[in-house]
Design a protein around this ligand. Structure first.
Ligand code: SAM
Ligand code: SF4
Length: 324
């Protein structure tokens, strides 16, 4: 469907849990967050009902995220059902990759088409420290298992943080050169814990400089699900490199997505605190038509743009609760 600014909105990002097996420094506070009570979290039946309703509004692409989506019990059964819903053309997943070595083939068999895997550093110790306990070898193994399983494309999300991984960026170029991997460098967003670390922000312009990207390299449009990323495929590369800039050059005018939080709130904009409580509507015995009307209203009122560049901007949630 279209929103009031004539943007075509057909992409729903669904967080299926606020829980995670890691505690990334820019995403979660050191003591973690208080998990939501179980009955706050939408059941898979409720999520499938909302997906079905959203397809009637023209939603076609669905990304499952979290927290860490692969830690939720029975996730594979849910994905299998979600992939078979009429109208679902693209089912994707964003994961930290820790469980991919054993799950990549099952995901593909369940109907997931592609995965985005978060990997901010390939250094063992740095990864362990940044994720507060993660094992980078599992993630790297998971990336290659995903390629073997035929998930395509496999995209790697690298959040760039000054003083943490800036000097490592060129090694990520090698990854995209040697393998059919699409490495995307992402600007740190001031959400939750990260709002206190605005000085660690690196703009896309600075990233390109650090990478020595040649100005003659032209962006390519042939990466499926390109979305807000600007991709380059330098000659000789099996994969590509991309840049996602939410701050220095925001992409609000072409935004095509809304988000569903694990506790059933529809968030028309990642960076606006405004949410519509679909869980309440679902659990009050509403008909599909009533739910569709509330859903459509929320999408229609999607804000024109975000105000994250404003220093005073603060979210009430941390990123693991929204799903990225
Ligand atoms: N746990 C999964 C993962 O890490 O891929 C899925 C959820 S995570 C919240 C989704 C994405 O958001 C990850 O790629 C993560 O790096 C990114 N992210 C988290 N906090 C961020 C921030 N403050 N700025 C930019 N990206 C962030
Ligand atoms: Fe967990 Fe992903 Fe947040 Fe890291 S970025 S703490 S893996 S939800």
């Amino acid at each position: 469907m279209q929103d009031q600014f004539l943007r075509r909105i057909d992409y729903l990002r669904i967080s299926v849990t606020d829980r995670c097996n890691l505690r990334c420094k820019y995403c979660m506070p050191v003591d973690g967050i208080e998990w939501m009570p179980h009955d706050f979290i939408l059941s898979f039946e409720e999520i499938l009902r909302l997906m079905k309703i959203s397809t009637q509004l023209g939603f076609r692409r669905f990304r499952i995220t979290g927290g860490e989506p692969l830690v939720r019990k029975d996730i594979l059964d849910f994905l299998r059902e979600a992939a078979q819903l009429p109208g679902v053309e693209d089912l994707m997943l964003t994961t930290n990759g820790m469980l991919l070595p054993e799950m990549a083939f099952d995901l593909k068999a369940a109907g997931v088409q592609r995965v985005n895997i978060s990997l901010d550093t390939m250094d063992r110790t740095r990864f362990f420290e940044n994720t507060r306990g993660g094992d980078v070898s599992k993630v790297i193994q998971g990336i290659f298992r995903s390629l073997e399983a035929g998930l395509n494309p496999v995209k790697i999300n690298v959040v760039v943080v000054r003083g943490f991984n800036t000097e490592e960026l060129p090694s990520f170029l090698k990854l995209a050169k040697q393998y059919p991997l699409h490495v995307r460098f992402i600007e740190l967003m001031p959400i939750g814990v990260s709002s206190e670390h605005r000085n660690e922000f690196v703009s896309i312009k600075d990233m390109k400089e650090l990478l020595g990207l040649n100005e003659d390299d032209l962006p390519t449009k042939d990466i499926p699900g390109g979305g807000p990323a600007e991709y380059f495929r330098p000659s000789g590369y099996k994969g590509s490199i991309g840049f996602i800039s939410a701050l220095s050059r925001h992409f609000c005018d072409t935004c095509n997505r809304v988000r569903l939080t694990a506790d059933g709130k529809l968030r028309p904009c990642l960076h606006s605190k405004h949410e519509v409580d679909l869980r309440e509507v679902l659990r009050s015995g509403s008909s599909d038509q009533d739910i569709l009307n509330v859903f459509a209203q929320a999408v229609w009122h999607k804000p024109a743009e975000h105000h994250m560049n404003n220093e005073a901007w603060q979210d009430t949630r941390v990123m693991s609760q929204i799903g990225g």
